[in-house]
Design a protein around this ligand. Structure first.
Ligand SMILES: C[S@@+](CC[C@H](N)C(=O)[O-])C[C@H]1O[C@@H](n2cnc3c(N)ncnc32)[C@H](O)[C@@H]1O
Length: 253
């Protein structure tokens, strides 16, 4: 008689969709997210997670009364700080696709007493369950490389109100990445990275590689999606094969 398969036995592996991979990666990472990203930013750019987001918030320059969306809010590091500047007349909504990250976010907001004023939404930034033209300011920090960026740009354009603005921060590609030597070296480094870590997070970062844009590619993409007044600040990486940093702000044209 053949052995019966119990539900706990591994089934045939199947390929995860992009969203499933991201959710699995950030579920794995959620408890240690901030310590991990702090270590990585210090290694890439010589800047702490807190200092990087402080710089990002200085560019976002929120003002009292604004209605703000934090796309890919993660553990909600940004919302309490934004809530403090937009004040009682303003509003800050955090959106993320990974429930485990939102659990961390909810705990942070509850501990600070901000739960009522900072709603969290579980959903994809590529099809946001949010109304057109409903935010003065849309932010996205360190999340764009996990997304198909043309779809994200279209959604950002849809939810930001006329006269509003978007501010994005993430890793970006540099000229070395686009050179033939850079393409070849990065391919080798990525294989090594995947083999050395063997985690679902490493797999998600490798899959994200194609979404990482140069500053010029960001400018072209946002222009194509109806944005103007585009300002870009970059942070040089310590080595040409590390991703650089970028903070982009733009307004609906
Ligand atoms: C590196 S974390 C950034 C979190 C936070 N913005 C910060 O600065 O610490 C990336 C976040 O993007 C979220 N994410 C990735 N793809 C997403 C998508 N399509 N829609 C919404 N959130 C997404 C992940 O779940 C994760 O919480």
């Amino acid at each position: 008689m053949g052995a019966r398969k119990t539900p706990s036995e591994p089934s045939t592996p199947r390929t995860l969709t992009d969203s499933e991979l991201v959710i699995a990666a950030f579920t794995e990472l959620a408890d240690e997210y901030e310590a991990t990203v702090d270590r990585e930013l210090r290694m890439f750019w010589g800047v702490s997670y807190r200092d990087f987001l402080t710089r990002f918030l200085a560019i976002a320059a929120t003002t009292p009364g604004e209605c703000v969306l934090d796309v890919a809010t993660g553990t909600a590091f940004l919302p309490p700080q934004i809530a403090a500047t937009v004040g009682a007349e303003g509003r800050i909504v955090g959106l993320d696709i990974t429930p485990a990250m939102l659990v961390q976010a909810a705990q942070r907001l509850a501990a600070l007493g901000w739960t009522e004023r900072t709603p969290l939404v579980c959903g994809s930034a590529l099809a946001m369950p949010l109304a057109d033209a409903s935010f003065d300011l849309v932010l996205c920090a360190l999340g764009t490389h996990h997304m198909k960026v043309p779809l994200l740009a279209a959604e950002l354009r849809r939810v930001v109100r006329p006269g509003g603005r978007i501010v994005l921060a993430d890793v970006c590609a540099n000229d070395f990445w686009r050179s033939p030597a850079g393409v070849a070296l990065l391919r080798v480094l990525i294989i090594g990275y995947g083999l050395s870590l063997r985690s679902v997070r490493a797999q998600a970062e490798i899959e994200a590689f194609d979404n990482v844009r140069t500053p010029d590619e960001w400018r072209d993409l946002l222009t194509e999606h109806g944005f103007g007044d585009i300002a870009i600040e970059t942070i040089r990486s310590r080595y040409p094969w590390y991703p650089s940093g970028i903070i982009v702000s733009a307004r609906p044209a």
